[in-house]
Each structure stands twice: as structure tokens, then as C-alpha cells.
Design a binder for this molecule. Structure first.
Ligand code: HEM
Length: 194
């Protein structure tokens, strides 16, 4: 048992097997002929990737950044050389997956143009989409290139490294700020929040 759960891939496969059992025994298999069911399923994929993205953003801001000053210098490489690069890998690809599934979802719902123009009645999701698109831009074009310099994945002079670390941290904080109204807007569309 412990051996099974020592493997992340086996754990994920087990989760998917439980999901398939719920889908079939719960009767959802009969609904799969409906396009609406696949829109629902895209929503599941979207929220799953969004949880991983924002979960890691909050891990950086709530856990890793405040803990760094408390870690002795000789132990800091465990974070900067091992944990942060792995977390950043899942972070940026989860952001990409969230954008792709979100845009597909809006297309499948038939309101992508209206949402991007903040037209009624999809103003809430349009606002959420724009905020999340800015956040995803920040991840790929500000946080990641600057983290590469800050973590030593790309070699630069010491002052450039310090400036890159500062910019990456500030942008990560901006995304944390934006995540609060973004999540409200995402959930508001279906649930009468706005
Ligand atoms: C550019 C990125 C994003 C786009 C284009 C996007 C798009 C969408 C769309 C079209 C919906 C369906 C709204 C509806 O008709 O109910 C939705 C719902 C949702 N999204 Fe996003 N989204 C993005 C980012 C995120 C992020 C980062 C999260 C974080 C977890 C997130 C979480 C959710 C949630 C929880 C829902 C509500 C599902 C429901 O109420 O059934 N989205 N999003």
C-alpha cells in the first residue's frame, strides 16, 4: 500500500479510475452523447488546471516566499535549485492549460466574442477571463524569464540577478492580488454573483 502511494503516477491513475467508475456507475455515460456533457467536462478540466495554477501561485506567496528569509543560507539551494524549478514547471504549464481549456469552454458555450468584449449577459466571465489572461501573460513573459535569471537557470551578472528576483516576486504578488477578483468573476457567471 505504502509502495503504491509512493508513486505519484500510480496515485493519479488511481484517481482517474475512481472518476471513471463514478461516471459509469453514476449514470453519466448515458449523457455523453450530449454536447452539453462535454462542455461540462471541459469545465472540469478547466477548474482542475486552474486549481493547480492558483494553488502553486498561493504556495509561492503564502509558503515559499515568506519562508526564504528563515532558511539558513547553506540550505537555500534546496529551494532554489530543486523545489522552485519543479514548482515553476507545473505552475507555468497549469497556467497554459487553464487558458486553453478556458478559451475552449467559452467557445463551446458560444459566447467567447461577447465575453471578450464584456457584453451582457457574460460580463462577469469576460472580466474574469481578461484578468486571468493578464495573469497568464505575467507568468509566461515576466515571472518565468526573470525566475530563470534569479534561480541561476540562465547565468547573468549579480545585479541583474537581484533585479530579476525582485521583479519576479513583485509580479507574483500582483498575480496573487488579481487572483481574488478573478476567482470571484469566474464563479459569479453561473451563480448569479454579478
Ligand atoms: C485565461 C484564463 C481563463 C479563461 C479563458 C477562463 C474561462 C472560463 C469560462 C468560459 C468559464 C465558464 C463560465 C460559465 O459559463 O459558467 C469559467 C469558469 C470557471 N473558471 Fe475560468 N477561465 C480562466 C482562468 C481561470 C482560473 C485561473 C481559474 C482558477 C481556478 C478558473 C476557475 C474557474 C471556475 C471555478 C469556474 C466556474 C465553474 C462553474 O461555476 O461551473 N478559471 N472560466
Amino acid at each position: 500500500m505504502a509502495g503504491f502511494f509512493a508513486s505519484l503516477s500510480k496515485t493519479i491513475i488511481a484517481g482517474i479510475v475512481i472518476l471513471i467508475a463514478i461516471i459509469f456507475f453514476g449514470g453519466a455515460s448515458a449523457k455523453m452523447a450530449d454536447a452539453g456533457w462535454w462542455t461540462f467536462f471541459m469545465r472540469v478540466l478547466h477548474v482542475t488546471s486552474g486549481v493547480m495554477w492558483i494553488g502553486l501561485l498561493w504556495y509561492f506567496n503564502f509558503v515559499q516566499m515568506p519562508s526564504m528569509p528563515k532558511i539558513p543560507d547553506d540550505q537555500k539551494p534546496a529551494i532554489s535549485k530543486v523545489i522552485a524549478p519543479t514548482a515553476l514547471f507545473w505552475f507555468r504549464y497549469a497556467a497554459l492549460a487553464t487558458v486553453v481549456t478556458g478559451l475552449l469552454l467559452a467557445t463551446m458555450q458560444g459566447y467567447i466574442g461577447d465575453a471578450l468584449m464584456l457584453a451582457k449577459p457574460v460580463t462577469a466571465i469576460g472580466l474574469g477571463m481578461w484578468i486571468a489572461l493578464v495573469m497568464a501573460f505575467n507568468v509566461w513573459f515576466i515571472i518565468w524569464p526573470n525566475q530563470k535569471k534569479a534561480l541561476g537557470i540562465v547565468t547573468v551578472a549579480a545585479d541583474e540577478k537581484a533585479a530579476a528576483a525582485k521583479l519576479a516576486a513583485m509580479t507574483s504578488r500582483i498575480n496573487t492580488m488579481l487572483s481574488i477578483p478573478m476567482l470571484f468573476c469566474m464563479v459569479a457567471q453561473q451563480n448569479g454573483g454579478l
